[in-house]
Design a protein around this ligand. Structure first.
Ligand code: GUN
Length: 291
C-alpha cells in the first residue's frame, strides 16, 4: 500500500507557484490577488477559508478575506458585482454552503466566469464537459493532479464515484471519463438510489468516496489493489483532541488501506490538493486576463 500524500504533493505545487510569482515580481508584473468571501461562522468553512488565505501568503499571492456574520442575498449580489468590476481582483470565491436565505445558484451565476476560480459557474462547467479551456472545480482538479503527479494509470480502468454533488462527484465523473491523461476511465457515478452498491464498489479499480458519511466505505467493499480517494471531511467528537473533534473521511482507513495499491489519508489527502488547485486557477485567472 502506498499513501497518496496530498500534503506533500500540494507542497511541491506551492513551491512551483511561488517560483512563478517570484519571476513575475522580478520582471515588474503584478502578483495574483484572490478574494475569499465567507458568510457566517461555520467552523469547517472558517478553517478552509483560513487555509486558502494562508496558502496565498506562503506563495506570495495577495489575498483578502471578506467575512460577514450575516448578509442579505441582495447585499451579497452587490458584493459579487463589485468584485467582478474590481481590476485589482484576479479571482474570487464565495465559500459554500451559504445560509438558507441565499440562493447558491443565483450567486454562482452572478460571478464573472473569468474570475470564477472555483470553477462553479455554468459556463466553466460547460467548458469542462466539452473539454474546452476554463476553470476546473478545485477538488476534482486537485484529485486529477494528485493522480497525475503520483504516476497512477487510469486509462481503461473502472472508476466508481460515490456521491453526485455539483462540486465533487459529478465533475469528478466527467474529468475521469474524458479523453485525457489522467482520464479514459469507464466511470460509474453512484448515489443514494444506487442498487447493489457493494457489488459495484468491489469491482472498481478506482473508488472516489465523496458523500460526507464517516467511514462509509468498509474493507468488504473494496477489492485487492484498488486505488481509493477519500474526499470526506466530517467533524466527529473526539475527547482526545484539544479541539474536541477529529476530521473523519468517508473511508474506514485503518481496515481499507491494507487492501489498496494507493489510498489518500484524511486529513492530508484531498484537502491540501483542493487548495493547491485554487492557487493554480488564481494564477491562470491573472494570466488569462492579460496581466
Ligand atoms: N465548500 C466546500 N468545498 C468548497 C470549494 O471548493 N469552494 C467553495 N467556494 N466552497 C466549498
Amino acid at each position: 500500500m502506498q499513501l497518496l500524500d496530498g500534503k506533500l504533493t500540494a507542497q511541491s505545487i506551492r513551491i512551483e507557484l511561488k517560483e512563478a510569482v517570484d519571476k513575475r515580481k522580478a520582471s515588474g508584473h503584478k502578483i495574483p490577488h484572490l478574494v475569499a468571501v465567507l458568510i457566517g461562522s461555520d467552523g469547517g468553512s472558517l478553517t478552509y477559508v483560513n487555509a486558502k488565505v494562508k496558502a496565498c501568503q506562503e506563495i506570495g499571492f495577495e489575498s483578502t478575506l471578506l467575512h460577514y456574520e450575516d448578509i442579505s442575498e441582495e447585499g451579497l449580489l452587490q458584493k459579487v458585482n463589485e468584485l467582478n468590476e474590481d481590476e485589482n481582483v484576479d479571482g474570487f470565491i464565495v465559500q459554500l454552503p451559504l445560509p438558507e436565505h441565499i440562493d447558491e445558484l443565483k450567486i454562482t451565476k452572478a460571478i464573472d466566469p473569468r474570475k470564477d476560480v472555483d470553477g462553479f459557474h455554468p459556463e466553466n462547467i460547460g467548458n469542462m464537459v466539452l473539454n474546452l479551456p476554463g476553470f476546473l472545480p478545485a477538488t476534482p482538479a486537485g484529485i486529477v493532479e494528485l493522480i497525475r503527479r503520483n504516476g497512477i494509470e487510469t486509462s481503461g480502468k473502472d472508476c466508481l464515484v460515490i456521491g453526485r454533488s455539483n462540486i465533487v462527484g459529478t465533475p469528478m465523473s466527467i474529468l475521469l471519463a474524458r479523453n485525457g491523461e489522467p482520464g479514459n476511465c469507464t466511470v460509474t457515478l453512484t448515489h443514494s438510489r444506487t442498487k447493489d452498491l457493494k457489488e459495484k464498489t468491489r469491482n472498481a479499480d478506482i473508488i472516489i468516496a465523496a458523500i460526507g458519511r464517516p467511514e462509509f466505505l468498509t474493507a468488504d467493499m473494496v477489492k485487492e489493489g484498488a486505488v481509493v480517494i477519500d474526499v470526506g471531511t466530517t467533524r466527529v467528537p473526539d475527547a482526545s483532541k484539544k479541539s474536541g473533534w477529529a476530521l473523519k473521511g468517508d473511508v474506514d482507513f485503518e481496515r481499507v488501506a491494507p487492501k489498496c495499491s494507493y489510498i489518500t489519508p484524511v486529513p492530508g489527502g484531498v484537502g491540501p490538493m483542493t487548495i493547491a488547485s485554487l492557487m493554480i486557477n488564481t494564477l491562470r485567472a491573472m494570466e488569462l486576463n492579460g496581466k
